[in-house]
Ligand binder design. Structure first.
Ligand SMILES: [Zn+2]
Ligand SMILES: [Zn+2]
Length: 121
């Protein structure tokens, strides 16, 4: 009787371990492949292209540094602002009220501008 209970317990632990490994696996696949993130980014941020990096290709990097529009504001309030990437839910804090729309990793993976979330060409 006691041994059967022990067996059941072991079974439960094994099932839980398998579920945890499965979740980690699914998350890793989600995190490292653009397969799901690409269409998801299209839904969240739309399919328009980023005005900062697509119209200013011939310009020098210093002009890009001082580029400004609604999607890419230069001046923000000086307040530590928390932000979260809407694709992988990782986040961080920004020293100003200007916060990125995507984390570096998701921006690279989906080929989008991290500042406005729109497409790069
Ligand atoms: Zn992300
Ligand atoms: Zn942009």
């Amino acid at each position: 009787m006691k041994e059967k209970m022990k067996e059941n317990k072991n079974k439960k632990i094994r099932i839980i371990a398998i579920i945890i490994i499965f979740i980690i696996l699914v998350w890793t696949i989600y995190d490292y492949t653009p397969l799901i993130k690409l269409p998801l980014a299209n839904i969240i941020y739309g399919s328009s292209s980023c005005s900062k990096y697509n119209n200013n290709k011939s310009n020098s990097s210093s002009e890009l540094l001082f580029y400004e529009d609604i999607d890419h504001p230069m001046v923000g309030g000086t307040a530590v602002t928390k932000w979260k990437c809407r694709l992988c839910f990782r986040g961080g804090t920004s020293p100003t009220t200007i916060t990125p729309k995507l984390c570096d990793k998701c921006a690279k993976l989906t080929n989008r501008c991290y500042e406005c979330g729109k497409l790069m060409k």
